[in-house]
Design a protein around this ligand. Sequence first.
Ligand code: ASP
Length: 329
Amino acid sequence: MKQVAVALIGAVALAGIASPFAKPVQAQDYPSKPITMIIPFAAGGPTDTVGRLLAQSMGNTLKQQVIVENVGGAGGTVGAARVARSPADGYTIFLHHIGQATSATLYRKLPYDTINDFEAVGLVTDVPMTIVAKGDLAPKDMKELIAYVKANKDKVSYGNAGVGAASHLCGLMFMSALQTQMTVVSYRGTGPAMNDLLGGQIDLMCDQTTNTTGQIKGGKIKAYGVTTKTKVPSLPDLPTLDSSGLPGFEVAVWHGVYAPKGTSKPVIDKLAGALQAALKDPAVVTRFAELGTEPVSQDKATPAALSAHLKAEIAKWAPVIKAAGEYAD
Ligand code: ASP
């Protein structure tokens, strides 16, 4: 009998399901061990950069380490699926971007429910994207780039982080605005894609300023425009796409922190408090500004604000994706 009970508990633990005998997490004891923050893209990319800054600062507030784990693949949906299956004990949290909303339409068969399998903790930041190219691509400005891509559609390659990533969405919008196609090369994140852009293995990419600012300023890659309606203070010479031949082109990336569904409210509130503190932390604020990104206001770094925003963004992008008619399956 004892052996059966031990085997049962072992099987439950192996399956990663919380044991029915486990003590519920008490908010006053939480966190009593390190927390894992899943980033659904490869290390070295923009989501990873935002996540590592947050993890360090949230860890200082929570007085426990927040360890980043990169679980890349399928435009962020592999990492999201991992979080949806993780115990709801506050020791797994998740940072994702706009892709959490767009993948709900792009993938007709997701192994999780975007709305019902996660608890929102809060919004993090708004980040512009930039259209960038390898250093020796010929076009000098956006007007020339448009003509070049249209004339060389069989030759021009475009890197992204898989269907569902922000770089994928921006690329779709770019190709649809130009009424043309490019050869798409997908990576587990735009960190590795940037390495290939720097090496000249791919021609173009659309990525967050968090990943491109340093390389643009260092003269390592070419930049053609920013995807927000207004220019970015950290890249004052870069025109908006809207003003350089692609009127109405606008996409801004937002990030949110989540936990698995069922994580208790006191734990979520503690995490939201640590998130709010991080967004006021001078170490985070200063680095965000250098990378052209802005922390959201404190009232948006809340569960209610992220839940509402996620639903609104799913509704906003669904018709755009359906009109493009491109699905991951
Ligand atoms: N944010 C990137 C994208 O959506 C991926 C990454 O962070 O590596 O394309």
